[in-house]
Design a protein. Sequence first.
Length: 71
Amino acid sequence: MPSASRPPPRTVRSPCVSICRIVAQTGYCEGCLRTIDEIANWGTMSDAQRHEIWSALRVRRAEAARALAQR
């Protein structure tokens, strides 16, 4: 008998690129730009929360690109 309480499968992929180092100056992972809390909680987040993280990552990438361009 199938379990009715089983949560639906997640459809939002992880941004992890297997370069897992937190940069002290930013607090972001060098590879995926997530915070340690975002990484730790990813497995229990809803798809909506995961989409919010992806949106934040787009902003973080743009900020990082601007910072590099200013060097």
